[in-house]
Design a protein around this ligand. Structure first.
Ligand code: LRH
Ligand code: MN
Ligand code: MN
Length: 426
């Protein structure tokens, strides 16, 4: 399925004049506040978010899975789906693969296909939370932390293979998320589990190419419900420090206990130069993997406010790698991803409106009300015309979701792939 730019431009024509008047109104307001609108548009154009290969099909839970018609059933088709998202939004210029869910067969064909959509390969993700038919050992009692050397060794080798796959694709980072932990008190020795994990991660780290990064993801619970070895940012940070300067903490928004102050975590990690990557999603309860910004949009804005501050003030922290890590049980995955992309861009754009210097001064003057007003004024600004302008400039759709529906893209995918195709992944 190819979505050429002529079709998108044709679609844009319908709403161009509406867009122009809304944009002019906003741009005038922002200019009056001494905000450089052209700079804003450029910063938004440069902001690209990776799409995980496992988010293109319907997710499901342990209670059931409802497939979505026209799901991509091969890596090629997944690339085509991300290509559609990127063509419409111009902000999804990368794909992140989970191994072994999406192992390329013909590397040059896959790379060509990605390039034809303007996509690059973001972090590769290892999987030591599911047993593989080709593997002798089981991860039932853990992987990198397992008390059995043979299991740890298998998990280490898998991660090394994932790095090798990533090298062939042009990825520059590997993300390790461990399900390791325990389900019952007394099941594991906490210290031994952590020590084995550290030793195993160091082995993986020693295979990392010079210009690569190792991202260590944390999560408090699930699938284990008593303890998780890498339960929080502190544990991930400790392990990243133990591995070395190419190892970083990865923050997944869904991997926190309710009400955790994620913006503060982001800020401290950036101060210490250790925020490597980000997985966006939203949740009401835990790792719900809901559409970004659907439940707590203000919290997302506050997180972006810290990210923008860190990107401006913390040269010790590399530019973070951005990815959506959401799943969709009932929605069209592509529509859901477009909603997530829009929410991310919206939060980023609003955070860019905050006058960091004025905020700093108000903080130092202990003007508590003033500080809050500044944040809320930025948050309450309807910046959607700015996002439309950014997409228009980059060749995307003014209204991606509307264009997707009007152009009947899902129908075309179903006609091509059938209603029975099933995507791999969670
Ligand atoms: C774990 C996680 C991690 C996995 C992905 C499938 O909950 O967020 O990033 O790799 O889900
Ligand atoms: Mn994640
Ligand atoms: Mn998760």
């Amino acid at each position: 399925m190819r979505l050429n730019s002529e079709r998108i431009q044709e679609q844009n024509k319908k709403s161009l004049s509406d867009h122009e008047s809304q944009f002019d109104f906003l741009a005038n307001n922002l200019t009056r506040q001494d905000i450089n609108v052209a700079d804003l548009v450029q910063q938004l154009c440069d902001f690209q978010v990776a799409i995980p290969s496992w988010a293109l099909g319907a997710g499901g839970t342990r209670f059931g899975r409802f497939s979505y018609p026209g799901e991509p059933s091969s890596l090629e088709q997944k690339l085509d789906d991300v290509g559609i998202l990127h063509a419409l939004t111009q902000t999804a210029g990368a794909i992140s693969l989970h191994i072994p869910w999406d192992i390329p067969e013909d590397y040059s064909a896959i790379k060509e296909r990605a390039a034809s959509h303007g996509l690059v390969f973001d972090a590769v993700n290892s999987n030591t939370f599911q047993d593989q038919k080709t593997h002798a050992e089981s991860y039932k009692y853990g992987s990198l932390s397992n008390t059995e050397k043979a299991v740890r060794e298998q998990a280490i080798q898998h991660n090394i293979e994932v790095i090798e796959i990533g090298k062939r694709l042009g990825s520059k980072s590997v993300t390790v998320w461990l399900a390791d932990g325990s389900n019952f008190p007394g099941q594991n020795n906490f210290q031994t589990s952590l020590q084995y994990t550290e030793d195993s991660l160091k082995r993986i780290y020693s295979h990392l190419p010079e210009d690569w990064k190792l991202f260590i993801e944390y999560k408090p619970y699930e699938p284990n419900f008593y303890s998780t070895v890498i339960q929080d940012w502190g544990t991930s940070f400790m392990l990243a420090n133990a591995c070395g300067e190419k190892a970083y903490t990865l923050v997944d928004l869904g991997h926190h206990l309710p009400n955790t102050n994620i913006e503060q975590i982001v800020s401290i990690l950036m101060l210490k130069g250790k925020l490597g990557g980000f997985h966006f999603n939203d949740s009401k309860y835990g790792d719900d993997d809901s559409t970004v910004g659907s439940v707590k949009p203000y919290a997302l804005f506050l997180i972006f406010n810290e990210l923008v501050y860190g990107m401006n003030n913390n040269p010790q922290n590399p530019y973070p790698s951005w990815m959506i890590d959401a799943s969709h049980n009932i929605k069209d995955p592509l529509e859901d991803l477009m909603q997530s992309l829009e929410a991310i861009q919206e939060a980023y754009a609003k955070a860019l409106l905050v006058d960091q210097k004025a905020l700093r001064e108000a903080q130092e003057a202990h003007d508590v009300v003033g500080c809050q007003e500044m944040l809320q004024a930025a948050y309450r600004t309807d910046i959607r015309p700015l996002l439309q302008k950014t997409r228009l400039k980059a060749g995307g759709a003014l209204y991606p979701l509307q264009a997707y529906r009007d152009l009947k893209i899902r129908k075309t995918l179903v006609d091509e792939r059938g209603t029975e195709s099933v995507a791999t992944g969670l």
